[in-house]
Design a protein around this ligand. Structure first.
Ligand code: 0L1
Ligand code: MG
Length: 261
């Protein structure tokens, strides 16, 4: 339960850290009793603040979808956050390092939703029926917390470290691919930086999305037609700075790239 007034203080704290491009001490250092449910409520309020300042909903993102990352954080559950229109970046426009704190790149498979999807008993099959296209994507995560150190509560309140995302230009019907078997190689400045597969995302990206829809359903929320869903990283995240360039190449999905100035 969040004490009245504390929520606004925390939202101001996280909102200004992002706008002023500075890292801050994690929220739970000051408020150790916050629960994960409180954190989703704080995340909702943070998103509402951003939307009241002009950002529009673009979709949903999943995080902590690999067993390795869940084990690292000592949790056994993924997390979700929201994507907004001002997070959308493009292959042809350089990211500006001055607008980012300590960014990392994650290769992901994006879903474009053909219809709304809400419920608490949704399966991976239901998800795939509601997907119009899948595409290669890179998520830029940029935790507002010092050195990317946080608890589950902190990261959920911080909208799961979301910052930017880039979607490649090849859009494929989901039935044309076995998404669990997709291999991926991400290169940084021409050298292989990390490799992964669709199975790293909770066994199958659609399984991860079904989990997120059911979790959203408990809060009477869901996916909407036109949403982009970042289904979770196929590999570890790779840090970058000014001057770096990335290409992520996915079997059957083509590639997606960005550079940072
Ligand atoms: O998108 C992600 O998987 C990141 C979730 C938050 C954890 C992190 O910042 O590494
Ligand atoms: Mg991610």
């Amino acid at each position: 339960m969040i004490v009245k007034g504390t929520d606004i203080e925390i939202i101001d704290y996280l909102y200004s850290a992002e706008n002023e491009v500075r890292e801050v001490v994690k929220v739970t250092d000051r408020y150790p009793d916050l629960t994960v449910e409180d954190a989703y409520e704080l995340q909702k309020q943070l998103i509402e603040r951003k939307m009241s300042n002009g950002a529009k909903r673009a979709g949903v993102k999943l995080g902590l979808t690999s067993k390795a990352k869940q084990n690292m954080m000592g949790v056994n559950e993924a997390i979700y956050g929201y994507l907004l229109s001002n997070m959308l970046a493009f292959e042809w426009e350089q990211l500006d390092s001055k607008q980012l704190i300590h960014p990392k790149a994650e290769p992901e498979i994006a879903f474009l939703m053909a219809e709304d999807l809400q419920g608490t008993d949704i399966t991976a099959e239901d998800v795939l029926k509601a997907v119009q296209y899948v595409a290669p994507a890179i998520e830029i995560i940029d935790s507002r917390y010092l050195n990317f150190h946080f608890t589950l509560v902190d990261v959920v309140a911080d909208n799961c470290s979301s910052s930017r995302f880039i979607v490649g230009s090849k859009w494929v019907k989901p039935e044309q691919l076995d998404l669990a078997k997709i291999g991926m190689v991400m290169s940084k400045n021409g050298e292989v930086a990390t490799v992964g597969s669709g199975a790293a995302v909770l066994g199958h990206p659609a399984e991860a999305v079904a989990w997120a829809v059911n979790k959203l359903g408990q809060r009477q929320e869901g996916l909407k037609k036109g949403d982009i869903v970042l289904t979770g990283a196929l590999s570890e995240a790779v840090a970058f700075t000014e001057g770096d360039s990335f290409v992520a190449q996915f079997d059957g999905l083509g590639s997606v790239s960005f550079t940072c100035k």
